[in-house]
Design a protein around this ligand. Sequence first.
Ligand SMILES: [Zn+2]
Length: 303
Amino acid sequence: MKRSILNSLGGFGVILAKRFSVILVPEGDGTVKRLHLRSSYLRFALCCCGIVLGFLAFFAHSYYTDRIDREELQRLRIATSEQRQTLNHLVTDLGNVQQQMNILSGAEARVRQLANLEPVAEDIPVAIGGLAESEPVAVVDDIQRQINRLQVEIELRRQSQEVVRNLLNDQVSLSRATPKGWPTKGWLTSYFGMRKSPFTGRRVMHEGLDIAANVGTPVVATADGVVARVKYSPGYGNMLIIDHGYGYRTVFGHNSKILVKAGQHIKRGDVVAKVGNTGQSTGPHLHYELRLNGVPIDPRKTL
Ligand SMILES: [Zn+2]
């Protein structure tokens, strides 16, 4: 096999020299051949090689960058597809949340109706379009609008529930403060209204109910309240007044004993006194009065 040797005559000297030789030395036997070349040929050949190498480098670089771009594009396509799916799920989830909100609104409207409250004024919810017919950007805008709408709806629901809660709390408080039931176990011996006084024989107003019972029978509060007064009066004997708020007061007379003190908070059913025969009384009984804004009313309907 032949070896080619570029006859190097020292660096650029080979280019600058007008002529140069290439010596071909065969392996083994054979004659050494010498080729005489002009330097212009060599420059031309080197130029050609340079151009070819330049083109090769350019194409290699283009191929490499194209390949990176294609891979990047593929990745972006996958990411876009995944984002589109995520958006679709978001649209579905948001639709479900809206549906739940509508169900809650319906339930709340019925509660407001039961509480005799006006319905909450609100817009009809707008459904969001799917991705098939809309651009993702438009869908994101829709989702944002829907979220804003839901936030407004949640605030409306919160305010409405506060109104209903306050109303119910008021009703519960009023119910607990409204006297109800018998204050002691016994039987009615005298009603509310005009009657002949057992002491003077004249017709006078009897401002409560008389409930006959044995001395010591427990007397209970007929509503939540605060003990307003505990005192002895010649007429009522050992007398107890409970303030229930909302204008209601109950008065208990002729007790043998009073078990609570002024200012004490009590609940309906708490034992507050014992039936007795103190004051102007013809026998053991409880005189029970109910006053609304200071005016005695018939307690019989509340028993
Ligand atoms: Zn009486």
